[in-house]
Design a protein around this ligand. Structure first.
Ligand code: AP5
Length: 176
């Protein structure tokens, strides 16, 4: 499994959509949202990170277990950490990482100004005005920890404004 990570607005989903490969792209948030809609009655993905942590953790665990059984080559579109009202919490706790065979961890990011503007220009979402620089910094700490735990290499790809093709080419080059 290849794991693609990033702060909201980094453009990881956009980059993944442009790849040409035989990997199946699976979005962790989509699978969690299905569960949380059914079990906890939420309506959209911006309500997810505001659910009590124990509810998020339950949905996160169910998805992790389903992923462990998923056949074929998978790119997982997910988060290093989730900014919740109670603090940052890890997207990939070690108890889940140990269930998967991780090939590489690819962190997509951009400058704080670019991330801020992308969030402000997305009318479809209810984005938080969180501390983007701090979230990005926290994520790099989590990324290093995930890499050390799994033994999989960590890669940072910048997806700057107007440079989507460059980011896609860098990601594409990492696929076998
Ligand atoms: P998810 O859907 O993965 O997160 P998200 O916050 O919705 O992230 P986005 O998909 O919006 O950001 P993105 O970086 O993919 O950016 P995009 O390509 O859209 O997850 C949803 C929720 O699920 C999370 O909030 C969390 O609660 C939960 N979750 C997920 N994984 C979890 C886990 N492991 N544990 C616990 N909970 C988990 O691009 C953004 C914008 O930028 C777009 O408008 C795009 O057009 C633009 N853009 C992109 N690239 C460029 C570029 N090069 N130049 C100019 N514009 C660009």
């Amino acid at each position: 499994m290849i794991i693609a990570l990033g702060v909201p607005g980094a453009g990881k989903t956009t980059v993944l959509k442009s790849l040409k490969s035989d990997y199946k792209v699976v979005n962790y948030g989509d699978l969690m949202l299905e569960i949380e809609k059914k079990e906890f009655g939420i309506k959209d993905r911006d309500e997810m990170r505001k659910l009590p942590i124990e509810k998020q953790k339950l949905a996160q665990k169910l998805v992790a277990e389903a992923l462990a059984k998923m056949p074929g080559k998978v790119i997982l579109d997910t988060h290093c950490s989730v900014a919740t009202p109670s603090g940052y919490y890890p997207g990939l706790p070690f108890e889940f990482l140990k269930l998967w065979k991780v090939e590489s961890l690819i962190y997509v990011t951009a400058s704080v100004e670019e991330l801020k503007a992308r969030r402000e220009n997305d009318p479809m979402r209810k984005r938080d005005v969180d501390n983007i620089a701090l979230h990005d910094e926290m994520n790099r700490g989590y990324l290093a920890a995930y890499s050390a735990f799994t033994g999989a290499p960590a890669v940072v790809i910048y997806n700057h404004n107007g440079k989507l093709e460059e980011a896609v080419a860098k990601f594409q080059a990492l696929l076998r």
